[in-house]
Design a protein around this ligand. Structure first.
Ligand code: GLN
Length: 479
């Protein structure tokens, strides 16, 4: 499937219709069942939405996304369509309402073909924690697509849909985008409503976009962003013209290159590709400045206390009483709780709940949770100090290319450690984008750009200028 920009043109030139694009996407999704990118496909809903899109297009007042096939990560509540969060716990959950993101994209007449697979409750970096099975990377099916938005990334990279929604609590949009050779945008915390997005760690969760290009991400963000009175953390602030902002220049733009992000643990091929991409930015007029973020090493320990702590609280609601999995023949209330939760949650989710409950328990709260919050503050201060001197901050999105299925499943700490370059951004609430920057061992490498809060336009502009001069984002896996 081509980019949004291209498809929008074809639709307006009457070279195709929304109905035809929807059918093509559904067929592609079925023929690539090997990827396991979807938990649910909804053919009828897609064809109905496509008919409405064709009507809007014919009337000549269609939004830019009208008729464009896409997928929602299965963490966004969809009215009348099962929303599982890739958990057995929510295997039969059919929400009675749409998430704000779902509502806003539906209003553009973009056409959702189904719900994308993910790590259970968005906990993971490989999509191997899904109750519905692992997703495979379209570049090499023996490898992971990244996570937790792995189904979203695989569906875009395989050309099934033009874009997909994702969520990013600690890297879940950017890292799968990097592993699958596509562009992934995580907006500023509060820029996009979290209403109807099933909560993992509420102070970190952000809705984001996975697409082929930065312009496409700009187009989707324009539709998703904006204040929502029903989400108290959504920010009341005008939405910038993201699409218009991509026509910019890199001349004089100061990019801080983070020394800590190229340290031990970063694969040689990844480091080399990212440095080469940064030289391209320099050629286009940007100025590279070496910077350091001295508290970067605190990001993983702080994140892996704060995120589980919030998760343990958020996931307490799944008790088998109101909704979610309920065990058979409970003998007592305690039996109902323990067996429903024991059966409904997978191993990684249980691990996070245990870690989080421990960190919040009396006697340990100060030692773990409070210290993690202090670390969060100094990490955010590091970014603020760096942005006094530079406009953007750059480094590799992930320390390696996509790893092999099963490679890290027996070692949770190794899996966590690989989130080293992404989690700090969430702790500081900043926007960031991952753009395809090269290949290493024949697999995609992502470059991460980070901006000050609410400077999504600057981020998208820089990424777009880079994509005008390079073709890494146009490379596709062999089908
Ligand atoms: N990999 C990180 C985790 O497992 C981030 C996940 C996310 O951003 N949802 O928590």
């Amino acid at each position: 499937m081509a980019s949004i920009a291209h498809l929008a043109q074809e639709l307006r030139a009457r070279k195709t219709t929304a109905a035809e694009l929807a059918r093509t996407a559904l067929t592609a999704a079925r023929s690539r069942a090997d990827l396991n990118a979807f938990v649910t496909l909804d053919e009828q809903a897609a064809l109905d939405a496509a008919a409405r899109a064709d009507a809007a297009l014919a009337a000549g007042n269609a939004a830019a996304l009208a008729g464009i096939p896409f997928a929602h990560k299965d963490i966004f509540c969809t009215n009348g369509i099962r929303t599982t969060c890739a958990s057995r716990m929510l295997g039969n959950f059919v929400p009675p309402f749409d998430a704000t993101v779902v509502e806003r994209l539906a209003a553009t007449h973009a056409v959702c073909i189904g719900k994308a697979n993910m790590d259970e409750f968005a906990m993971g970096s490989s999509n191997e924690n899904s109750f519905y099975g692992a997703v495979r990377n379209p570049w090499d099916e023996t490898r992971v697509p990244g996570g937790s938005s792995g189904g979203s990334a695989a569906a875009v990279a395989a050309g099934i849909v033009a874009f997909a929604t994702g969520t990013d609590t600690g890297g879940s949009v950017r890292q799968p985008a990097a592993f699958c050779g596509i562009t992934g945008l995580k907006p500023t915390y509060g820029r996009v409503s979290r209403l109807g997005m099933i909560a993992y760690a509420s102070s970190l969760d952000c809705a984001g976009v996975l697409a082929r290009t930065a312009v496409d991400c700009a187009q989707v963000l324009a539709a998703m962003a904006g204040h929502d009175a029903r989400d108290a953390t959504s920010v009341e602030r005008a939405v910038d013209d993201y699409v218009g902002a991509v026509s910019t220049t890199l001349q004089g733009l100061k990019i801080g290159v983070v020394r800590e992000y190229f340290g031990a643990g970063v694969d040689e091929g990844v480091g080399a590709a990212v440095h080469a991409a940064l030289r391209e930015f320099e050629r286009l007029g940007a100025k590279l400045v070496d910077i350091c973020l001295p508290h970067a090493p605190l990001a993983i320990p702080a994140y892996y206390v704060i995120a589980p702590a919030e998760a343990s609280s958020n996931l307490a609601r799944y008790d088998g009483v109101r909704y979610g999995h309920r065990c058979a023949d409970p003998q007592s209330l305690e039996d109902l709780y323990t067996r429903s939760r024991g059966e409904g949650f997978g191993a990684e989710v249980k691990r996070r709940i245990l870690v989080g409950t421990y960190a919040l328990s009396a006697g340990y709260y100060d030692a773990y949770y409070l210290r993690a919050q202090r670390a969060r503050r100094v990490i955010a201060d590091d970014f603020a100090a760096a942005f006094e001197a530079v406009d953007l901050i750059a480094g590799p999105t992930a320390p390696s290319v996509a790893f092999r299925l099963g490679e890290k499943t027996s070692d949770p700490l190794a899996m966590y450690a690989a989130d080293v370059n992404t989690v700090a951004v969430n702790l500081a609430g900043l926007p960031a984008i991952s753009v395809p920057a090269g290949l290493s061992e024949g697999l995609p490498v992502g470059l991460q750009l980070i901006a000050p809060a609410f400077a999504e336009a600057r981020l998208l502009g820089a990424a777009h200028q880079f994509q005008c001069a390079t073709d890494w984002h146009a490379r596709q896996p062999r089908a």
